[in-house]
Design a protein around this ligand. Structure first.
Ligand SMILES: [Zn+2]
Length: 374
């Protein structure tokens, strides 16, 4: 995730984290009853009570463990990968590791070279350096819905090496080996379902995020599956650190563009089923919307959001962003909430829609109409 200017940040940090989701707060104020009607008898606008955890959700959650996440992050953020700069040998090794995991889960290769999508880093330069996105597809089980896709992504690159110093490696454990590990374990969990989810799920690990969202921008120009058939996109950032400058973040997650589409409300409900509060951090929710790899997808019209545990953490873009500092139990729980959200997006007949009324969502709603030929 790309950091905000300090002035904007100060405003964002001055706002307390909302302890309850908007929906939950609305429900508690409205005095909702179990019958779903207010005392006047008028239908309530608040969300229905959660119907609990289905057997499928339980399977997904059980497959996402702290130890598996710790294993991925400790490798991807090791000094030997030299900070995973784009392009670099360390990033190539990380890409091979991710492809090996996709192979193990039985995903279909989604790139032009097996699981690898070759990315031209300078689109207008014939001698451009190249790097790679890593793409795996879990084919859906429903004869009609499998032609549509839900996307889960993170960036697997970081900022490389410092020119000098006793600890020159920018390990990028929380940013964003953590998101990469969460994508991998969500893929493992969804691939373990029999039958598989109805819609197809596409997992993408982007290169070049730290150089200006290069991997996701390239993907939008060269989509592996049609963007108009990609019904939703979740991007994961900073999933492991709970020691935020905003205060400790336990059993909670943020989502950018909270009011921009239907997806965040589905995540709120998914989290509630296993005790994770997904909430809006007022200003940061909108201000961070375009600061990670969901941005290029959103600008193309795909309802796309970034989920994170914290917007800010003490070792951001410092050599001290190391794997030992992540809270893997908390990360597993939040990843389980993401897994349940992905499952529901992949199973539902309905698709998320951009808000037509929230001012910040206007350009994306327009792009969405254009994408869908409306
Ligand atoms: Zn990041």
């Amino acid at each position: 995730m790309r950091r905000l200017q300090l002035s904007t940040l100060a405003v964002a940090l001055s706002l307390a984290v909302t302890p309850l989701s908007g929906q939950a707060a609305a429900r508690s104020k409205s005095g909702a009853t179990k019958s779903g009607t207010a005392k006047s008898g008028a239908p309530l606008r608040a969300a229905p009570e959660p119907i609990g955890v289905t057997p499928e959700m339980r399977i997904v959650a059980a497959h996402i463990t702290a130890n598996a996440l710790r294993g991925h992050v400790s490798f991807l953020a090791s000094d030997l990968l030299e900070g995973r700069d784009t392009p670099s040998r360390g990033l190539d090794v990380a890409g091979e590791y991710i492809a090996a995991q996709f192979r193990r889960f039985g995903l279909e290769p989604g790139g032009d070279d097996g699981y690898f999508q070759t990315v031209t880093l300078k689109p207008d330069d014939p001698d451009s350096p190249k790097s790679r996105n890593v793409v795996g597809i879990l084919r859906g089980s429903d004869p009609a819905l499998k032609e549509t896709y839900v996307m889960l992504s993170s960036h697997y690159d970081h900022v490389g090496l410092a020119k000098s110093g006793s600890d020159p490696v920018f390990n990028g454990a929380n940013d964003d080996a953590s998101g990469t590990a969460s994508v991998l374990e969500t893929a493992y969990a969804l691939a373990s379902l029999h039958p598989r989810p109805k819609r197809s799920v596409i997992f993408v690990l982007f290169c070049g995020e730290e150089k200006g969202l290069l991997g996701s921008k390239y993907y939008v120009r060269h989509p592996v599956v049609p963007l108009e058939k990609t019904i939703a996109h979740l991007n994961l950032e900073q999933m492991g650190r709970t020691d935020s400058s905003e205060g400790p973040h336990l059993n909670s997650a943020n989502v950018t563009g909270f009011d921009f589409s239907d997806t965040p409300k589905l995540l709120v409900d998914s989290g509630r089923r296993i005790g994770v509060t997904v909430s809006k951090v007022d200003k940061a929710s909108d201000d961070y919307f375009n600061r990670s790899d969901n941005g290029p997808l959103a600008m193309a019209g795909v309802p796309a959001h970034t989920v994170s545990v914290t917007y800010e953490f003490p070792d951001y873009h410092k050599p001290g962003d190391e794997w030992q500092k992540l809270d893997y139990d908390n990360m597993a729980k939040v990843t389980q909430a993401v897994g349940i959200g992905m499952l529901r997006l992949a199973q539902a007949v309905t698709t998320p829609k951009w808000s037509e009324t929230y001012p910040g969502a206007k350009p994306y709603a327009e792009a969405g109409r254009k994408l869908n030929g409306k």
